[in-house]
Design a protein around this ligand. Structure first.
Ligand code: PEP
Length: 242
């Protein structure tokens, strides 16, 4: 099955980079690939007005309530978002997000009409102890929870495999190793969505290594942090999608 490439720019808690909305901006979605930017909540509206495909870095599952500082998946959809990251490792680490909470986020995102991207990945310690597969299996449990949803819904969930030791570290994972892990992840997905689910790689992706990852059959796109804030580098990454 032909899966449309998905390239995500995670701007984290940074302002949009200079030139992000130029006419030839690399952040605009294209016919051959979905390109999605994840700005801070404060910059979402500006990016939507610039006709970009926009995702939220985080959304709370409850539609509304006494949750100071939070916004809900429903509100993000109403604001014009199309995608939502669920369980990014920085949220798991800094905000104590659990697998159950992340499952609730995914379900709320789907119900709101957003396309959730479930982020999974092992830490350096877990990697060194050879626990990668068991950690991924556990972190993928939210997907089995949504298995009961109709196939059309479960197939709009994407997965981002981001080994924590490769995020922001400059340490390059080997594309061939990532391909093997993606094959493993795909084998754990519900049968009805195995072929259609896009599995992205994230972790110190740059303009030099992007094409090496994208050359592999089971690497359907990239989630880019630091380099997505540099327009020229992101342009090169965008061009590496064939
Ligand atoms: C990320 O934030 O998801 C990420 C992969 O960051 P970086 O590209 O900087 O490693």
């Amino acid at each position: 099955m032909q899966r449309k490439p998905l390239l995500c720019a995670n701007w984290k808690m940074f302002r949009p980079p200079d030139g992000w909305d130029a006419t030839d901006s690399p952040y605009r979605s294209q016919a051959r690939a979905d390109i999605v930017i994840f700005p801070t909540h404060l910059h979402i509206t500006k990016c939507i007005k610039a006709k970009m495909l926009v995702g939220a870095q985080y959304g709370r599952p409850e539609p509304e309530g006494a949750f100071t500082g939070d916004v809900s998946m429903q509100m993000l959809k109403a604001q014009g978002c199309s995608y939502a990251l669920c369980g990014h490792s920085e949220r798991r680490q800094n905000h104590g997000e659990t697998d159950i909470f992340i499952a609730e986020q995914i379900i709320a995102a789907l119900e709101a009409g957003l396309h959730p991207i479930l982020c999974i990945g092992e830490t350096k310690e877990e990697y060194d102890k050879g626990k990668t597969q068991s950690i991924l299996k556990r972190q993928l449990s939210p997907v089995s929870m949504i298995n009961s949803l109709p196939a059309v819904l479960s197939s709009v969930v994407s997965i981002a495999y981001e080994p924590v030791w490769a995020i922001g570290s400059g340490i390059n994972a080997l594309p061939a190793d990532i391909q093997n892990i993606h094959t493993f992840i795909r084998s754990l997905l519900p049968e009805q969505s195995q072929k259609s689910t896009r599995i992205l790689y994230g972790g110190s992706v740059n303009e030099l290594n992007a094409s090496g990852f994208l050359a592999h059959e089971d690497i359907d796109g990239l989630l880019v942090g630091a380099c997505s804030l540099e327009v020229e580098k992101f342009t090169e990454i965008m061009r590496s999608i064939s």
